[in-house]
Design a protein around this ligand. Sequence first.
Ligand code: ZN
Length: 77
Amino acid sequence: MFLIIALLVVTLGYVASCVVWPFKACRTCKGEGKFRSPFIRAVRLCGVCGSTGLRPRAGLKVWNAYRRLHHKNRRNR
Ligand SMILES: [Zn+2]
């Protein structure tokens, strides 16, 4: 029983953290949206995150997938 409650708390905590902060810093540019080329003195925009420095977290992807699925089911009806 305790395990179920602990799992519920962890899941709710993760969901809450996804609601509050649905994005995480981009790993490629370390959240800056751009990075310097090591050889040429040039600043390049990060293509992975679209130069925003933010990447959607896994929870957001799951939520988007769920919403897409839900929307598709509703449309078929
Ligand atoms: Zn990036």
